[in-house]
Design a protein around this ligand. Structure first.
Ligand code: SF4
Length: 218
C-alpha cells in the first residue's frame, strides 16, 4: 500500500457549513488527524492526534454516503496527508463540490484546480504568523477564499496590510473576516471595516450560534 492509499481520519460527519461563502448549506465533513500549527485559539485541538487509519477507498465511500453536494476536507491540516490530494480528485470526479480548509502554511500548489481552497491566514494573535506561506498566494484564484480570524485591533491592522501588500483583492473576491469567539466584538470589526471601506465579508461562525461556543469548528 502506498502513502496515498490510506489516511488517518478523526471523523466523518454531515452537518451544515458554518463558515465561508457556502455557510448554511448541508455538507459532509472529512476531518483528518494532525496539524503542524498550534494556534492559541484553536477550537479543534482534539484533532491533533488519535483517529483511525482508513483506506482512501473507504474514506471516499463514507464521504459520498453523506449524500450532500458539498464535501469539505478539514482538520487539523488535511494537506499534511498525501492521500488527501487523490481523494479530492476522486470526490470532484464523483460530481461533488469540494472544499478544503487549510492553514496557509501547507503548499497548495498540488490541489486539484476544481477544489475550492479556503485558506486561513494566520495573524499575530494566533501565535503562528510566521508560518504563513506567502508563495501560496500565486495559487489563489477567484474560486478560492481567504479567511482571517481576528483576536484584536492589531490582528485587524495586520489583515488590512496583508490585503494591500499581496493585492489579495485581485486574486479573489472572497476575503472573509471573523472574530475569535469571545475575544473581539463583531460590532467593532464591522465598524473598522466600514471606516476603512475594506472589501471584506464579515462572517459569523454559524455553528457556534446554533450549538454553542464550544461547537467544533469546520
Ligand atoms: S491550523 Fe487550524 S487545526 Fe491547526 S492549530 Fe491552527 S486552528 Fe487548530
Amino acid at each position: 500500500m502506498s502513502r496515498e492509499d490510506s489516511l488517518v481520519i478523526h471523523e466523518i460527519y454531515t452537518s451544515i457549513q458554518g463558515e465561508s461563502t457556502f455557510a448554511g448549506l448541508p455538507c459532509t465533513f472529512v476531518r483528518t488527524t494532525g496539524c503542524d500549527l498550534r494556534c492559541v485559539w484553536c477550537d479543534t485541538p482534539q484533532a491533533f492526534q488519535g483517529g483511525s487509519r482508513m483506506t482512501r477507498a473507504e474514506v471516499l465511500e463514507r464521504a459520498l454516503a453523506g449524500n450532500t453536494p458539498l464535501v469539505e476536507l478539514t482538520g487539523g491540516e488535511p494537506l499534511l496527508q498525501p492521500g488527501v490530494f487523490p481523494l479530492m480528485r476522486e470526490l470532484c470526479d464523483a460530481g461533488r463540490t469540494v472544499l478544503v480548509e487549510t492553514s496557509g502554511a501547507a503548499d497548495v500548489s498540488f490541489v486539484d484546480a476544481r477544489v475550492h481552497k479556503i485558506m486561513d491566514l494566520k495573524p499575530p494573535g494566533s501565535g503562528e504568523e510566521g508560518r504563513n506561506r506567502w508563495s501560496n498566494m500565486l495559487s489563489i484564484t477567484p474560486r478560492d477564499e481567504i479567511k482571517f480570524v481576528l483576536a484584536d485591533r492589531r490582528d485587524y491592522e495586520w489583515m488590512r496590510e496583508a490585503i494591500a501588500r499581496h493585492a489579495l483583492v485581485r486574486r479573489t473576491p472572497n476575503l472573509l473576516a471573523s472574530t475569535v469567539f469571545g475575544a473581539l466584538a463583531t460590532r467593532d470589526l464591522v465598524a473598522w471595516i466600514l471606516e476603512d471601506a475594506l472589501p471584506v465579508r464579515v462572517q459569523l461562525q454559524m455553528h457556534k450560534y446554533i450549538w454553542g461556543k464550544d461547537a467544533v469548528g469546520v
